[in-house]
Design a protein around this ligand. Structure first.
Ligand code: C5P
Length: 295
């Protein structure tokens, strides 16, 4: 019997510019996105009936908040409908989610899980849908799902669906920190002071040098950060604490409250993470590698 595993890496918005708003209320973005080497994990196994189980540090919270409703199940159902419409069988499957990422935290946990479900079931069911078709299904599940399907350093525009891979992005040591206060994405978008900010635009040729990329990232912003700091005052303390560990750059990801810090190596990130955990054992910190274009 086949048993498949998929990683659902944390998404990091290295910069996120809000450049406009569509008539349907969704915001136009221009974002540089990378992915952690760590995240949630999903396991798929053929079964007599559909099943869904959850384990991991954030499983209890997920079960409490969603009562079993989950983007994983919506992704399964959407792919099944599409596969069957194209004449492919989509038999029952037991799905297990290891929920390691904090919820509603700006690093795409739910979107990463949905993307991993589409990849995993596409393999299990051998649905052979094109990457474009998978992206279309992904977008119906959430604006961040297409970028999580891509899973490589990229620039995302539109509401997140126009994706351009970024060449030469180097890997970095990465620390993700979260004060364990969920932040509602729609609430942050509602409180934006300005919805018409300059885009990131066409990327200059930066090569693969870490210092050049850090200097470039420092010219960019996360336009959601001021609104998130108002709604969640812990973000200011968290960002200051993380920046004090010798990080090359510290910034909030997505609509928060997770902040990221970059370091030259994963070893440095591990040391910073240990110091952060001993300063605030009540907060979430995790060290990993921010994957480069060639990883
Ligand atoms: O698509 P997703 O479910 O991830 O988005 C959650 C909410 O965030 C949307 O309902 C919308 O209020 C807001 N959002 C937005 N513009 C985007 C992405 C999300 O306004 N590009």
């Amino acid at each position: 019997m086949k048993r498949l595993e998929e990683k659902a890496p944390a998404k990091v918005n290295l910069a996120l510019h809000v450049t406009g708003r569509q008539d349907d209320g969704y915001h136009l973005l221009d974002s540089l996105v990378g992915f952690s080497s760590k995240g949630d994990r999903l396991i798929f196994e053929p079964a007599a009936v559909d099943g869904f189980t959850i384990s991991g540090r954030f499983a209890p919270l997920l079960l409490e908040e969603s009562g079993g409703e989950n983007l994983v199940l919506r992704a399964r159902d959407a792919l099944r409908r599409m596969s069957e419409a194209l004449g492919h069988a989509a038999p029952p499957v037991a799905i297990h989610l290891e929920k390691n990422l904090p919820l509603a935290s700006g690093i795409g946990g739910g979107s990463a899980d949905a993307a991993a479900t589409l990849h995993g079931l596409q393999r299990l069911w051998q649905s052979s849908l094109s990457p474009e078709r998978l992206m279309e299904i992904g977008l119906t599940l959430g604006a961040d799902v297409p970028m999580c399907l891509a899973g490589k350093p990229l620039q995302a525009q539109g509401i997140g669906e126009h994706i351009t891979p970024v060449a030469d992005f180097p890997s970095f040591g990465l620390v993700l920190g979260n004060p364990l206060k969920p932040v509602s994405t729609p609430a942050i978008f509602k409180r934006l002071e300005s919805r018409h900010n300059p885009p990131i635009g066409h990327l200059p040729r930066l090569g693969a040098d870490q210092r050049t990329w850090i200097a470039f990232l420092q010219t960019l912003r996360n336009d959601l950060e001021p609104a998130a700091r108002l709604l969640c005052p812990e973000i200011a303390d968290l960002a200051a604490l993380m920046a004090g560990t010798g990080a090359l750059i510290t910034r909030m990801s997505g609509s928060g409250a997770t902040c990221f810090s970059l370091y030259a190596t994963e070893d440095e990130a591990e040391k910073a993470c240990a110091a952060l955990l001993s300063a605030r054992p009540d907060w979430y910190f995790s060290a990993s590698t921010l994957m480069g274009s060639g990883d």
